[in-house]
Design a binder for this molecule. Structure first.
Ligand code: C5P
Length: 234
C-alpha cells in the first residue's frame, strides 16, 4: 500500500525516542520530519537514525535564513544526507532561495512563507502591513520564481497559495488535526481531509501521532482515513 502523504514531526526529547517513533510510523507514512532542536542536539547522525532500514523520506526542517553564500554552504553541508526536503525562509529573498536550490539538486527546497505564529499585528511591526494572506501569496510567488519546488503554509492559506503558484509545486501544511483531536498550541487548524481537499500535498502532523499511546496505530488510522477520502473523490 502506498504510504500516506504525511510528514510525522519527530519533535522528540532524545534520539532514541525519535528513532522509535520513526520505526513505528514508517510503514504508514511517506515522510518523517527532523526539526532544528533534534538536529542541533545530535547533528547529522540523526538522519541515519530516523531513516533506519526503511526508505522513508526525510524532511529536514532547518529554516535556513542568511546571505546567499552562507545558505549555499549550509545547504551543501546537509545535501550529502539526501533529505527529500530542506526548508529555507522565503523572506531571505530570491537570490538566497536560488542559492539553496542550486546547492542541493537532489533535494526539494521548501520555502517557508510566513510563520503561523505571527499575527497581523506582529507582521505590521516588522513592516509587512496588510492581511497575512497577502504576504504569504507574495512570498510564495517570489520563492517559486527563484526555483523553490515546495512551499510551507498554513492549511488556511493553502487554497490561495495553490491558486497563486498552480500545480507542480509541493504544498506542505502544518497545523493539521484529525477531527476531535486537541489543537494544543496550534491556533488555526484543519483536518487532514480538508487540507488535502484544499490542495495540500504533504501534511505535517506531530503530537496527534507521537503523543498518542500507540504512534503506529494513530498514523495507520489517519492514513486509512485519508485513503477513504481520496477513494470517495470523483
Ligand atoms: O505537534 P504538531 O502537529 O503541532 O507539530 C507540527 C510541526 O510543524 C512542529 O514540528 C512545528 O514546529 C512545525 N511547524 C508548525 N507551524 C509552522 C511551521 C512548522 O507547526 N508554521
Amino acid at each position: 500500500m502506498t504510504p500516506a502523504p504525511i510528514a510525522v514531526a519527530l519533535d522528540a526529547p532524545d534520539l532514541e525516542t525519535a528513532a522509535r517513533w520513526a520505526s513505528l510510523v514508517t510503514p504508514h507514512v511517506s515522510t518523517v520530519k527532523v526539526g532544528l532542536e533534534l538536529y542541533l542536539r545530535y547533528g547529522p547522525d540523526v538522519i541515519a537514525s530516523v531513516r533506519g532500514a526503511s526508505g522513508v523520506q526525510v524532511f529536514l526542517d532547518l529554516k535556513l535564513h542568511d546571505i546567499p553564500n552562507t545558505v549555499a554552504g549550509a545547504t551543501k553541508a546537509v545535501a550529502r544526507l539526501k533529505p527529500a526536503f530542506l526548508t529555507v525562509h522565503a523572506g531571505g529573498g530570491a537570490a538566497m532561495i536560488r542559492a539553496a536550490v542550486e546547492a542541493a539538486p537532489q533535494t526539494r527546497i521548501a520555502a517557508v512563507t510566513v510563520l503561523t505564529s505571527l499575527s497581523e499585528t506582529d507582521l505590521a511591526v516588522i513592516g509587512l502591513q496588510g492581511p497575512p494572506q497577502d504576504a504569504v501569496r507574495r512570498l510564495a510567488a517570489l520563492a517559486v520564481g527563484a526555483g523553490a519546488q515546495a512551499l510551507v503554509c498554513s492549511p488556511m492559506e493553502v487554497a490561495a497559495v495553490r491558486a497563486e503558484v498552480g500545480e507542480g509545486i509541493t504544498l506542505i501544511t502544518p497545523g493539521v488535526r484529525p477531527a476531535g483531536a486537541a489543537s494544543q498550541d496550534q491556533a488555526r487548524v484543519a483536518t487532514p481531509e480538508r487540507a488535502l481537499a484544499d490542495g495540500a500535498d504533504l501534511l505535517v502532523i506531530g503530537r496527534p501521532i507521537t503523543g498518542s499511546a500507540d504512534p503506529g496505530a494513530s498514523a495507520a488510522a489517519i492514513a486509512a482515513a485519508l485513503r477513504r477520502t481520496s477513494l470517495s473523490r470523483p
